[in-house]
Design a protein around this ligand. Structure first.
Ligand code: C5J
Length: 222
């Protein structure tokens, strides 16, 4: 067992052998110009800025022997897993499945759906493609974690209040103890990120814990 003493709202204890790092949607579509996030009118610069911290966390988790799981929000090329209710919202000019500057928006085999090279999965790491915001909906993630005997999850990813928070809440309901790396997650909206972090750790860690990458890495290295 190791402990992150400075985690909020109180120390977070975990065994790396039964903990997975979940890297949520570090895809070109969210962090690059021309991708899904940018087509919705967002500035992607803040999301790009966290990539070094996310890389540091990823490398520390790998070195500690933790399981690493990456997720991607994306849809089948025929859009059969994309409800019209999802596709019809957002930017009217460029919708999910349309051809954009880095390929079809949020489509499985399009260049924009790829995980950014800095955080690319290694051959042994699992990549979960998810049609929803949460990583448990319509995926094999729950079964995979059960097979691996995982009971704690450390999260990084984008965006904080959408896919990261949704997945963390789902995980919390399923009985996982969850920690979010504060500086390895980002939102297009600074106030949304701040509120999400507060919501997660409020009321005695009602959804989970938060800690900085430095605090997590220090605990893993120690
Ligand atoms: C969004 C995500 N923001 N990965 N997706 O639509 O958070």
């Amino acid at each position: 067992m190791i402990e992150i003493a400075k985690a909020q709202p109180f120390p977070f204890r975990f065994d790396p052998a039964s903990t997975a790092l979940v890297m949520i949607d570090f895809q070109r579509d969210f962090v690059e110009e021309g991708g899904f996030g940018a087509t919705l009118g967002n500035d992607v610069t803040p999301l790009r800025a966290i990539l070094p911290a996310a890389k540091r966390l990823l490398e520390a988790a790998r070195a500690a022997g933790m399981a690493v799981i990456h997720t991607r929000e994306c849809h089948r090329p025929d859009l059969s897993d994309c409800p019209p209710a999802k596709r019809d919202r957002g930017a009217p000019s460029l919708r999910i499945g349309d051809d954009g500057p880095i390929g079809r928006i949020l489509i499985t085999d399009a260049p924009g759906a790829a995980i950014v090279p800095e955080l690319a999965p290694t051959p042994g790491e699992t990549v979960i493609d998810k049609p929803g915001k949460g990583a448990f909906y319509a995926t094999g993630l729950g079964d995979l974690l059960a097979e691996k005997g995982i009971n704690n999850l450390v999260f990084a990813g984008v965006t904080t209040e959408v896919c990261v928070q949704t997945t963390m809440r789902e995980a919390n309901d399923r009985g996982f103890d969850c920690l979010l790396a504060e500086d390895a997650t980002e939102s297009y909206f600074p106030t949304f990120k701040a509120a999400a972090l507060e919501m997660i750790r409020a009321q005695g860690a009602i959804v989970g814990w938060t800690a900085t990458v430095a605090e997590i890495v220090e605990a893993l290295d120690g």
